[in-house]
Design a protein around this ligand. Structure first.
Ligand SMILES: [Zn+2]
Length: 285
């Protein structure tokens, strides 16, 4: 699954290309990949491209939206003036489209197209009433905590949610989507390093200042991820079809045994809640 910065990067790329265009025709090549009645959205103008957690949302005029869940192997490819790709990279994504992994083709006004490709067919696109979008996303992830990159993100709500997991290791707690939305393994490790917090620390042992620092650090690493087009290790490419390069800037993730960029101590890897966790035992207390 892509992490938040990858989906945000795709969103931003698509927004520049498709807002104002309308959907002229939809070819559903794999019925499993499209949920809803395609007829309902024909000739509708695209008014916005949004994101909630790791879900991409194309908002149409009228009261319907299209939601995209990329899952393991989904790709969203825009073809018009150039080709822009977001999602799991494959060799065939630069070749002629549609290809054998194309599940849906959206033909847009002006002749451009959006392809939804998905090798493993776990992903899907669904027609949803605008007022049901929130509910749909909740069905997928459970109740979602605050969005770290939204203007109304509240430290208070984050802290309240965290304190429901008093005895949990902080690293495991921030991966809970009900605590904060959209933070995956890479960004959880990086945010804890930036905040100088040992990932094994129990939530109840954190000071208010540490929680504030952690909240700021989550925002900083996600923004840095978007700036660099996401992370390479998740094999997601950005809307320009370039591999993300965030991991070139990662301080701890996937750097076991390498010297800490801050103090030179060897980065350690442990398992917490079943997930690989990287940290500097000297910088993170
Ligand atoms: Zn260090």
């Amino acid at each position: 699954m892509p992490e938040l910065p990858e989906v945000e990067t795709i969103r931003g790329g698509l927004e520049k290309k498709i807002v104002g265009l309308s959907i002229k025709n939809i070819e559903v090549l794999s019925p499993k990949s499209f949920i809803g009645d395609p007829e309902l959205i024909l000739n509708q103008k695209i008014v916005a491209v949004k994101r909630r957690a790791k879900i991409l949302i194309i908002d149409l005029e009228g009261d319907l939206s299209l939601i995209f869940h990329l899952k393991m192997s989904g790709q969203v490819i825009y073809e018009g003036k150039g080709r822009f790709i977001g999602g799991h990279p494959t060799k065939d994504m630069f070749s002629e489209l549609p290809n054998k992994h194309t599940r849906i083709t959206f033909n847009l006004s002006g002749g451009s197209k959006i392809y939804f490709n998905d090798q493993r067919r776990f992903g899907w696109v669904k027609v949803v009433a605008d007022e049901k979008v929130k509910e749909e996303v909740q069905k997928m992830f459970g109740k979602l905590g605050p969005e770290p990159l939204e203007k109304d993100f509240s430290l208070k709500a984050f802290k309240t949610n965290l304190l429901r997991h008093k005895t949990m290791a902080i690293k495991v707690a921030i991966l809970d989507q009900a605590v904060i939305a959209g933070v995956g393994n890479i960004y959880a490790c990086e945010a804890l390093f930036l905040a100088g917090i040992d990932p094994q620390t129990r939530v109840k042992d954190l000071t208010d200042l540490q929680i504030k620092k952690l909240s700021d650090s989550i925002i900083t690493v996600l923004e840095l991820g978007i700036k660099h087009g996401g992370s390479t290790i998740t094999k997601f490419v950005n809307a320009e079809g370039e591999r993300g390069s965030y991991l070139d800037f990662a301080s701890v993730y996937n750097r076991e045994g390498k010297p800490c960029k801050n103090c030179g101590t060897e980065i350690r890897k442990i398992k917490l809640g079943g997930r690989g966790t990287y940290f500097c035992p000297n910088c993170q207390k």
